[in-house]
Write a protein that binds this ligand. Structure first.
Ligand SMILES: O=C(O)C1=C[C@@H](OP(=O)(O)O)[C@@H](O)[C@H](O)C1
Ligand SMILES: C=C(OP(=O)(O)O)C(=O)O
Length: 433
């Protein structure tokens, strides 16, 4: 069996400096996908070099798209148009990436060929019925394990019909999969969602020339459409910046400037939540880049107070709850997170994982059916935890280690390559101790 990387960290004070986080993962996936489906060339810069995005890149190469990489984060995609993809000669491996598997399913369901999608041990456990169901209603033939609800998924693509679909969950992956299938049909496809999930697909499809409409409660597209190649710059990932935002707030005498971070309102729940807790976060140099709002974020050590987090705030911060729970541990009072059952079906069950890690380090966290309750103890004693193979748990525990009394050992840390290559070096660079 593969030997898992393990790291031991000790507390740090006085975090200072400028941080540039890598490109946004959600936007990078979509840039690769939509540029591949466009007619003509697209140059992409700032693309995330994480393993998840490599899975998307390899998938489109396997589907016959030429993608040249000039250097690490600059690519030229030679788009083939919606009817130019080719049947892949082998199974497509989506690795650890739910976004890759679910969005590509929406694309492949309408393509006139056979394809098979698989993933790592974590992705193969994650629920796929949420996309199989609407795509099947559109006429797709998708087969999978566990009554077509888990990968590997086999897709026999073909002509689909448009649909009106009300999703029970606020999921950008579900919304995007249905819109991507819908734009390849003749007619109007509408997706309704209970709360607004991230809208990068809608924004970027419009940027590529697709007349897609967003309205309160959902989005609609009338197919068939054409995408035109466009040059695109990917902003820094707010989900990666979140680790440094929390570090900047809870470490004494910290001041960090996070440069060039995407602040799309459907993703900026972390800023709202940390400000509601009393955190000092300033937005500087606000601007728009390729249809996405971007800013520099200045964060300073602050006294935090526990709050209740639920409702529309949850999808706007869905990937940030592991690190929010660390902030909550260093706040006064109790933080209660509800309406967040989705956390149970991420790379791991993030409710159980976060509670077990914090309790292991001497904190006080209690799992709830749809969230967790964290008592702000103001300190962690230290100890040993595992990431459960989940990148966001590993990085959240690294932030906890900065303020723990004793050393923290984190087992299974190589998973950070999924979304944040260079995380450990960046963390070392801003430590002044
Ligand atoms: O569309 C996307 O890029 C993503 C959507 C979210 O998942 P859900 O759509 O399942 O909520 C999020 O957790 C994931 O990290 C990325
Ligand atoms: C849940 C995540 O990603 P995905 O669903 O794409 O695996 C994540 O990055 O936290």
């Amino acid at each position: 069996m593969e030997k898992l990387e393990k790291r031991t960290l000790k507390a740090g004070t006085n975090l200072r400096g400028e941080v540039r986080v890598p490109g946004d993962k959600s936007i990078s996936h979509r840039a690769l996908m939509f540029a591949s489906l466009a007619r003509g060339k697209s140059q992409i810069s700032g693309l995330l070099q994480g393993e998840d995005c490599h899975a998307t890149l390899n998938a489109f190469r396997a589907l016959g798209v030429q993608i040249d990489s000039r250097d690490n984060s600059h690519l030229c995609v030679h788009g083939v148009g919606l009817s130019g993809l080719q049947e892949p000669a082998n199974v497509i491996d989506c690795g650890n990436s739910g976004t890759t598997m679910r969005l590509i399913s929406g694309i492949l369901a309408a393509q006139p060929f056979f394809s098979v999608l698989t993933g790592d041990q974590y992705l193969r456990k994650r629920p796929m019925r949420r996309i199989v169901e609407p795509l099947t209603q559109m006429g797709a033939r998708i087969y999978g394990r566990d009554q077509h609800s888990r990968a590997p998924l086999a897709i026999v693509g073909g002509a689909l019909k448009p649909i009106d679909y009300s999703s029970a969950i606020a999921s950008a992956q579900v919304k995007s999969a249905v819109l991507l299938a819908g734009m390849q049909t003749r007619g109007t496809t509408t997706v309704f969602e209970p709360h607004l999930s991230r809208d990068h697909s809608e924004r970027m499809l419009r940027y590529f020339g697709v007349p897609l409409e967003s309205f309160p409660g959902g989005a609609r597209v009338t197919g068939p459409v054409e995408l035109e190649g466009r040059d695109l710059v990917v902003p820094g990932d707010i989900s990666s910046a979140a680790f440094f935002l929390v570090a900047g707030l809870i470490v004494p005498d910290a001041e960090l400037l996070l440069k060039n971070v995407g602040i799309n309102p459907t993703r900026s729940g972390i800023i709202d939540i940390l400000r509601l807790m009393g955190g000092s976060i300033e937005l500087l140099n606000e601007r728009e880049q390729c249809g996405e709002p971007v800013a520099d974020l200045l964060v300073k050590s602050s006294s935090l107070t526990g709050i209740d987090i639920n409702g529309e705030l949850v999808p706007r911060a869905i990937d940030e709850f592991p690190v929010i729970s660390v902030a909550a541990t260093f706040a006064t009072g109790v933080t209660v997170i509800t309406d967040a059952a989705e956390l149970r079906v991420k790379e791991t069950d993030r409710i159980e994982a976060v509670c077990s890690c914090l309790n292991q380090l001497g904190g006080r966290a209690e799992p709830l059916a749809d969230g967790m309750m964290i008592t702000g103890t103001g300190h962690l004693s230290g100890g040993q935890v595992t990431s459960y193979g989940d990148h966001r748990i590993a990085m959240s525990m690294a932030i906890a280690a900065l303020v723990a009394d004793g050393q923290v050992t984190i087992e299974d840390t190589s998973c950070t390559e999924t979304s944040f290559p260079g995380f450990w070096d960046l963390l070392n660079q801003i430590r002044q101790d």
